[in-house]
Structures are given as C-alpha cells and as structure tokens.
Design a protein around this ligand. Structure first.
Ligand code: MUC
Ligand code: MG
Length: 383
C-alpha cells in the first residue's frame, strides 16, 4: 500500500445557497439549494472535494442534506479513514458495509476520494474513469418559473446567448389540462428554434399519462421524463410501447441502482435513462448504470440534482467517458444559483457544455465561498 494516498481526514458541511428565482416542480417550489460539500485530505497533503445536492430537502427522494451530513460524518468517514484512497472499489465496498443505501452521501465521499487521488497523480478525473470520449455535450436549461411569459423570456435570452436550445419544462403541479396548455404556449413561442422535454417528476398515474402525453407530443415535446411513480414500471413499459415511436420516454427516479437499470432494461420500460451521480451512489456506479443502458440499446442523458460547480464538474467528468447514444446533459445547476464555489465555471459555447479537464475535476474551490454559505455559520435551519 502506498502510504501517500492514505485517507487522513474527511469533513462535511451543509451550505445554503439561494436560487436566482423560485424553481417550481411537481412536488413544490424551491428557492434555495442546500448542497453537502465534502473535503477530504490524503496523507500527502492533497485535498479533494465532493458534493451531494438534494432538491427540496427529502422531497425528491429519501435523503436530505441533514441525513447526508449525518451519514458521512457518523458512518462513511470513519469507515474510510486510514484506507488507501486509490482503491476506489474497495472504498465503496467499505462504505456499503458501514451504511446501507444512502447513495447521495456515498457519492459525495467517493467524489472527494477520486478528486484527491487524481490531483495527487496530476491527472484529470476522467482519466481514472475510463478515458474521455466527448469534448462537449448539448446543454439543456429547465424552464420552471411556473409562468409562461417568464419561461419564454428566459428561453429567448438563452437562445440569443447561444447557451441553451434544449428546454425542459417542469410539469405535474397543476391539472394536466393546464400543463398541456402551458407547454403548448411555450412550444408555439419557440417553434423551430428549440427542442422540448417535459419532466413530470412522478406526478401522474398511468391512465392520466396515457390520456395527456399524446397532446404534449402533438405540441412538439420529444422527450418525456418520469411521467409516473418510480415503482410504476408497468405503466412506463406501456407508455414506451405505445408512444415510443413518436417521443422518447426517459426514466429518472425509477433508475437509481444498476439493478433498477436491469429491471427496466429487461422489459424495455424506457428508451433513455437520466444518469445522476448522486442517486447512483457515485461516479463508478454511474458508469455501471450506463453500461446496462448501452447493453440494452437505451440512451443516456446527463442529469443534475442542481449541484454547484463541484458536483456538476464531477458529473461532467464521468459523462465525458460514456458512449455515443445520448441526449446531451442538463448540468446547468451553477447557473440557477446566485453564486458559485469555484473561481471559474465550466465554459458553455455554441449551446454545448465544454467538458472539463483536470487535475482532479479541474476546479479551484474558494474556501471563502464555502464559509460564506456554510449553514453552521449562518444559523439557518433546514427547509
Ligand atoms: C429532476 O427530476 O430531473 C433536474 C433539473 C431540474 O430542474 O430539476 C431536476 C430534478
Ligand atoms: Mg427528473
């Protein structure tokens, strides 16, 4: 064992960062993000950073910033202290032994390990994850102000800036008829200039989805994300079979573990998997889920949990290593936040996110910004 890559110290803190506008989803509206930031030190003095962000506390899934922070400080960090950071798979196995589930918490720690080791080796993280296959990816923006005029204004600006021409519209909070009318107005306003996706965030039952998705497709939507509950694989399968020729069905909340991926792939319940490093439990397991997708002729999409530049860059590193069958990515989280934690964000050019290089995730984290948004210092309470 090389002493120099031994894991010596792991710290985690919860930040509270306001969003630039309320972000409205099927299950509620958020006006701040509370990412958990992990900093890890190796014996050689190298440090690495990781992040796990949730949306709306424990509303998107079971984990919350507070549970993530607790899992890391009480269980995951103690399991890794003194271990060789370079043994990524063994570190994951130790975390699994110490703590069942808690994928978000594990992902933040694994990110910090990989960042620190890659920095020690003066390599970009993507080089430790299989090698780079994409230099850039089309970058979506989410329209979720809840107001058609504001959504259209946002989209126009981003088109003019050549930042985004794929727009994901969050629906499911209002009646399906209102949602269809909202999406149709946006589609008319952007006709011929943009690609439209909807994310229902599990809000509909199978028959509501069967009844209303065709109208969304008629309006111009080409990608439909998680219209039904995560457990409702039967409905996903039926929708994919019935509508899959006209628009692509994408699983998000339904596909977390590689085993979920296998179950969906076996019955062809989706044509696209939204990959998110947090829900898969890290960068390595994101690759495992992507491998199942590729083997089943299912495309991937580079999803976000609205992370700062730390989690977004880590995601970008692993997405840059994946295969050619994809629908781009949505790593726009940093742009939705009032400020960031790094000196320089990943660049966006010609509607594409420029995928970063190293060392590590290629970021310079500003400690003053971590302190500025640190919940423990501001006295703010959980959402
Ligand atoms: C989700 O379910 O995809 C991603 C982008 C966004 O606006 O919300 C998220 C969560
Ligand atoms: Mg989603």
């Amino acid at each position: 064992m090389t002493d120099r890559l031994l894991i010596e110290r792991i710290e985690a803190r919860i930040l509270d960062i306001p969003t630039i506008r309320p972000h409205k989803l099927a299950f509620g509206a958020i006006s701040r993000q509370s990412p958990v930031i992990v900093q890890l030190w190796l014996r050689n003095g190298a440090t690495g950073f990781g992040e796990a962000a949730t949306i709306g506390g424990p509303s998107w899934n079971e984990e919350s910033p507070e549970s993530i922070h607790h899992a890391i400080t009480a269980h995951l960090a103690p399991a890794l202290l003194g271990q060789d950071g370079a043994h990524f798979g063994a570190a994951l196995a130790r975390m699994d032994l110490a703590c069942r589930g808690n994928a978000f918490a594990k992902s933040a720690v694994e990110m910090a390990v990989i960042d620190a080791v890659a920095r020690s080796l003066h390599l970009p993280a993507w080089q430790l994850l299989g090698g780079k296959r994409h230099a850039s990816l089309p970058l979506a923006w989410t329209l979720a102000s809840g107001d058609v005029s504001r959504d259209l204004e946002e989209a126009q600006l981003r088109l003019e800036q050549k930042r985004h021409r794929i727009f994901k519209i969050k629906i499911g909070a209002r009646t399906p008829e209102q949602d269809v009318a909202h999406v149709a107005r946006i589609a008319r306003g952007l006709a011929g200039r943009a690609t439209l996706t909807v994310d229902v965030n599990q809000a509909w039952d199978g028959s509501t989805a069967r009844r209303h998705l065709p109208a969304l497709i008629d309006a111009g939507v080409t990608l439909i994300e998680q219209p039904v509950a995560r457990w409702n694989v039967e409905a996903l399968k039926t929708l994919t079979a019935e509508l899959g020729g006209r628009a692509s069905l994408m699983a998000d909340e339904s596909v977390c573990t590689p085993q979920d991926a296998m179950s969906l792939a076996r019955v062809q319940a989706a044509q696209v998997f939204s990959l998110k490093v947090a829900k898969h439990g890290g960068l390595l397991r994101t690759r495992d889920v992507a491998a199942v997708a590729e083997a089943a002729d299912i495309a991937w999409y580079g999803g976000t949990m609205l992370e700062t530049s730390i989690g977004s860059a880590a995601s970008a590193h692993v997405f840059s290593t994946l295969g050619p069958l994809h629908h781009g990515c949505e790593l726009f989280g940093p742009q939705l936040l009032v400020d960031d934690l790094v000196t320089e964000r990943m660049a966006i050019r010609d509607f594409e996110l420029q995928l970063p290089d190293g060392p590590g995730f290629g970021l310079t984290v500003e400690l003053a910004q971590l302190n500025r948004f640190d919940r423990a210092r501001s006295g703010l309470k959980a959402v």
